[in-house]
Design a protein around this ligand. Structure first.
Ligand code: TXA
Ligand code: MG
Length: 341
């Protein structure tokens, strides 16, 4: 199969929509990361998505829609909390899980009786969804186990020859995947942290819980989002997060850099980058602008893979607000290796 990579002109969006309606796959930008889309009501399209990514088929897909009303075609019950969040935060980086209607194929929901729904805040994504019939199942457009793509070239790196088309909309805006909230049970529960924070959700809903498996990954708690079970966002190099006072962190990392005979890299910030000596020093942005940091994170991990980096040392960030999502992805990339100094 030849994968076309095109700019999202009106004509190309129309063609992309035809591809989806005919059961093909199109990668597209959203405000979070690139997605790999197929027709959500076509079980064959969902099977093709799993095959293209090399993703286990018990890991459900998010159905992307272009208007809130479409959610009633997917969910059998839309609770009050659904309306509160969708009215306030859609389009936006927020995925809502509700009980599914029978017509949503089990292939799309990984065999679950619930469905994840999201309306992305990106013109190209919304244009593609409309052109493709209104319901686009899409996981992140990376090969399973690699960092999610924030550029069209990342999608091509992983999926060239396996999908029909890539719509190149340039770099995404946030760089980590949407917040997922499960509304299918009594208390709304965050299954995956993202740009929409717990505090923001609590402001709208009152009580909101975090899936216990998020705060204690070593416990036997089983994450409720099947995808959170797999080792994700993994760079090829061994990554450690060093936590503590900035000066002490830099001293420890410099020490490791001078001892190691391997190809090393440092993930650091504007405020601290001049403290490091040796290795490949990659600044993610300013500590005062976490959105910059999140946008650069996956891109930096991919660059390290391309450079053949064997050891990665990363600074840590406070796990509050959006920092919870950034650290969640960094901890996963590091296989939860944290060094306290
Ligand atoms: O920002 C995003 O959400 C991106 C863009 C493309 O929209 N999509 C994305 O999809 O990150 P994916 O497939 O990489 O991650 C979806 C996560 C997985 O962890 C999956 O297990 C979980 O959502 N999920 C999907 N449907 C679910 C359901 N019904 N119940 C529980 N978890 C679900
Ligand atoms: Mg993913």
């Amino acid at each position: 199969m030849i994968t076309e990579c095109v700019t999202p002109t009106e004509e190309n969006l129309r063609r992309a929509g035809e591809i989806l309606k005919n059961g093909g796959l199109v990668a597209f930008p959203t405000e979070t990361v690139y997605g790999l889309g197929g027709d959500a009501f076509n079980p064959d399209s969902s099977r093709k998505i799993y095959a293209a990514k090399g993703r286990p088929s018990d890991n459900p897909l998010i159905v992307h829609i272009a208007d809130k009303e479409s959610a009633s075609e997917l969910g059998s019950v839309l609770p009050e909390s659904f309306h509160l969040l969708a009215d306030e935060l859609w389009p936006g980086p927020l995925t809502l899980i509700v009980k599914k209607k029978a017509r949503v194929p089990e292939e799309t929901t990984g065999g679950l009786d619930t469905v994840a729904i999201r309306m992305p805040d990106h013109d190209v994504a919304l244009g593609l969804i409309r052109a493709g019939g209104g319901f686009v199942a899409a996981p992140s457009a990376n090969a399973s186990g690699r960092p999610s793509p924030t550029l069209a070239s990342h999608v091509a790196e992983d999926l060239n020859g396996r999908i029909d088309m890539i719509l190149d909309g340039g770099e995404v805006g946030i760089g980590v995947e949407s917040t997922i909230v499960d509304l299918s049970e009594d208390v709304p529960t965050i299954l995956r942290p993202g740009y929409i924070t717990k505090e923001r959700l609590e402001g709208l809903l009152g009580r909101v819980e975090l899936d216990p498996a998020l705060s204690d990954p070593g416990s036997s708690a089983r994450p409720k989002a099947p995808g959170m079970r797999y080792r994700h966002y993994a760079p090829k190099g061994r990554m450690s997060i060093v936590n503590g006072d900035a000066q002490a962190v830099a001293e420890r990392i410099n020490d490791e850099l001078s001892k190691s005979g391997k190809a090393c890299a440092v993930l650091c910030t504007e405020e601290t980058k001049s403290l490091y000596h040796g290795g490949l020093i990659r600044c993610l942005g300013s500590r005062s602008d976490l959105k910059q940091v999140s946008l650069q994170l996956y891109r930096a991990l991919r660059e390290f893979d391309a450079e053949g980096i064997e050891e990665i040392y990363a600074e840590s960030f406070p796990e509050e607000g959006f920092g919870l999502a950034v650290m969640n992805r960094m901890l996963k990339a590091a296989g939860y290796t944290v060094v306290e100094v």
